[in-house]
Design a protein around this ligand. Sequence first.
Ligand code: SF4
Ligand code: SF4
Length: 212
Amino acid sequence: MLNFLKQVGDYAKETAQAAKFIGQGLSVTFDHMKRRPVTVQYPYEKVIPSERYRGRIHFEFDKCIACEVCVRVCPINLPVVDWEFNRETKKKTLNHYSIDFGVCIFCGNCVEYCPTNCLSMTEEYELASYDRHNLNYDNVALGRLPYKVTEDPMVAPMREFAYLPKGAMDPHDLPKGTQRAGRLPKDILAEIEAEEAKKTPANAAAEEKSSS
Ligand code: SF4
Ligand code: SF4
């Protein structure tokens, strides 16, 4: 008898759990029923990439000192730095530089560690090609700046979904000049600078003293 009651109890518990999980699943479904589908009419419309988007790398030839730090920090030693030693100036002379975007994982290590900041990540993501060898960019190709989505006259830029104002579901509906959710990096920088400026030397000394 006791065994039977235990089995009934287990069955009731499992039924309640199953009902809870079904309810959780359906809550997601019902939540999506309230949302409108958003279709981006690519390539006539493009979503503006986020500020920290890690797209195709830009390279400034004149700034490079051929130190090869980018090669050492790259997880796959990808950048090819072709240089020769100039005996007269006792410095390295850069001949060619290339990165193969067919292999690059866009981790951004090379950009982060380059001592002269000659590498930077752009917002370019359209790298599709019929020939994988075309993805091996030399210093000339790397030196080209991409068209910004917001500056391309052929494209209607659309606000990234994460930056839509509160309550907005569809970037097509936004009137021009609508404030986006979240602040721009330049606004945050201005705020930090204002806070730094507020700190008088006496305050800074007091803070240092209290932290030590
Ligand atoms: S780390 Fe920067 S400066 Fe050094 S070789 Fe690479 S791109 Fe050039
Ligand atoms: S982004 Fe990463 S994988 Fe690509 S070249 Fe730089 S360090 Fe290497």
